[in-house]
Design a binder for this molecule. Structure first.
Ligand SMILES: [Zn+2]
Length: 360
């Protein structure tokens, strides 16, 4: 015991010394050979030009993906203004011109929200998420990276960077939260096997950790939605707060509600979404369909959105089409990210990069 406590105090002194001499942002505060941390929280300020200062971070060896979550004002639009890999390439390479108005036009007028530049990004209100890589051929190379946040107005942001180990984890843990007085979901849910079957081509195993019922909320029927994606003050984005203090751990939340806006069978709070419990975008929603088969297809579709995937093609208000960034998908009715059930190898790769996937 004495030896252990002496060791601890020596290590504390060593860590304090290194911390003072080296990088104050490293929450690991590690020893001489400590690998870079796999989770960082950094603060930044977006300036009047729509860009933050450059934030440097180190990607450890054997990293599955770089997941960047930018949280800021709930009425501001966010994306990445730069993402520089170890060889110095800026993967975003924004075109010249005013950033904020361009983002606002893409999101509010065209109602797609695709960020200009070379990186495929979905601009978001309030909280932005990006997972790199998102298609085969990209790699979260170990080494020195940096990023800049882009926004349509100035202000502070919190940037969380997750760099999970590339450990082959393919299990997605779910909490099924039934937001209803009248819907019953079995334990395990009767739709689970079919959800599992749809995600199996991506090598993903679905585990339902618990089924929880939340009666008596005012959110049983989601009657409003916003385009192109949910806003922080939308009804759907209020669901995660219902369970924020009741659930913990790494499970992801699937909300089963009685109603969604007309024509909507399910929705994801991100494409991709922030894999951070506590975020108002941490979840997907579904209303039960006529059959478990239909319900399972919607759930699998929304889970794929949250982990990684876009629709194979979206159409903007202007009529312009926006294909997904994956080469082996084709427009049609077969794919899970249109109205079908299949996933391509490229989509499977993108899904496998999610920080939500675990080994067990
Ligand atoms: Zn969809």
């Amino acid at each position: 015991m004495v030896y252990a406590s002496r060791m601890r105090s020596m290590l504390a002194i060593l860590a304090a010394t290194l911390g003072a001499a080296a990088c104050g942002d490293d929450p690991g505060g590690g020893g001489v050979d400590a690998p870079p941390a796999r989770r960082l929280e950094l603060t930044a300020a977006v300036g009047a030009d729509g860009l933050s200062e450059e934030l440097a971070f180190a990607v450890p060896d054997r990293t599955r993906s770089i997941t960047v979550v930018v949280a800021g004002a709930t009425d501001a639009l966010y994306a990445l203004g730069a993402l520089r890999s170890p060889d110095g390439t800026d993967l975003v390479a924004l075109p010249t011109g005013a950033i904020g108005p361009t983002m606002s036009t893409a999101y509010r007028d065209e109602q797609i929200g695709q960020m200009p530049g070379n990186l495929y990004q979905s601009i978001r209100l309030g909280t932005f998420a990006h997972v790199y890589p998102y298609r085969p051929g990209q790699e979260a190379t170990a080494g020195a990276w940096s990023l800049r946040v882009a926004a349509d107005r100035a202000g502070p942001v919190l940037v969380t960077i997750l760099m999970p180990e590339d450990d082959g984890g393919r299990t997605l843990h779910l909490n099924v939260v039934v937001v209803s007085d009248v819907i019953t979901v079995g334990s395990p849910p009767t739709f689970l096997d079919e959800v599992q079957g749809l995600l199996a081509p991506a090598g993903i195993t679905v585990a339902v950790d618990q089924v929880m019922t939340l009666p008596g909320t005012a959110l049983e029927r989601i009657t409003e939605g916003s385009e192109p994606q949910e806003a922080p003050d939308s009804m759907a984005a209020m669901l995660p707060a219902l369970v924020a203090t009741r659930l913990s751990g790494g499970g992801f939340d699937l909300f089963v509600v009685e109603g969604l806006p007309p024509g909507v069978a399910g929705l994801s709070l991100g494409t991709p979404g922030p894999p951070l419990r506590g975020s108002y975008y941490y979840g997907v929603l579904v209303r039960p369909a006529a059959t478990d088969t239909q319900t399972a297809r919607v759930i699998a579709h929304e889970l794929c959105h949250f982990l990684a995937l876009q629709h194979v093609q979206n159409v903007g208000i202007s009529g312009m089409t926006y294909p997904d960034p994956i080469d082996d998908t084709t427009v049609g009715t077969d794919n899970l990210m249109t109205s079908g059930t299949t996933l391509t190898a490229g989509q499977a790769f993108a899904l496998s990069r999610s920080a939500l996937l675990t080994m067990l």
